[in-house]
Write a new protein. Structure first.
Length: 198
């Protein structure tokens, strides 16, 4: 992530002021983070099916409403804020996908490959729901690895930014990312396999 422009407001300072209850800091912060949030939202929605009813602007607005509604935000710095924003965007997208699938219940389950679930196939938004379920299972086993996937996949954080937020080395991020992808592949495959015949 690029640093704040020279002489411009410092995002980390504004985030800390917002955390301490300064609502004016939130007003000053919004224009500084909006474009980055919108870029991340657009990146996520490009992985969705064509004609997705959730647009990047709506995703950012809903995520920001949820972020702004937190009573005691816990972000330490810019990278940590965008990691939390990534989690909130994931929740918005999954809520949207679950609501959509609730309307279409009974259409039959589709088997998903890892690439479809982890890279969310353009025509199968249920991959997002499958990934969310698998991430919840991974979090029960290893919450740090689940957070890493969330930051990398949903937030688009670089290896270096993810390492900074988690307080680990970039090499460890790469190793955990590989492990998490393999674990999620297995989990999604087991969930999408039909039950054995009696």
């Amino acid at each position: 992530m690029s640093p704040a422009p020279p002489g411009g407001p410092d995002i980390t300072q504004l985030l800390r002021a917002w955390r301490e209850g300064d609502r004016e800091a939130l007003d000053a912060l919004m224009p500084l983070i909006y474009d980055e949030l919108r870029r991340r939202a657009a990146q996520q929605l490009r992985r969705e099916r064509p004609g997705h009813t959730l647009q990047a602007t709506a995703l950012v607005h809903e995520a920001f409403i949820r972020l702004a509604g937190q009573r005691t935000p816990d972000w330490r710095d810019r990278a940590h804020f965008f990691a939390i924003a990534s989690r909130v965007m994931r929740q918005v997208m999954v809520d949207h996908a679950r609501a959509r699938h609730a309307k279409k219940r009974g259409d039959g389950a589709t088997r998903l490959s890892l690439d479809e679930a982890l890279l969310v196939s353009p025509d199968q938004s249920q991959g997002l729901v499958a990934l969310d379920d698998a991430l919840a299972a991974l979090a029960k086993q290893d919450e740090a690895k689940a957070r890493l996937v969330e930051m990398r996949f949903f937030g688009g954080l670089s290896i270096e930014d993810t390492a900074e937020v988690l307080g680990i080395s970039p090499a460890t991020v790469k190793r955990h990312w590989s492990f998490a992808r393999a674990w999620l592949h297995k989990e999604i495959a087991s969930r999408s396999s039909p039950p054995p015949a009696p």
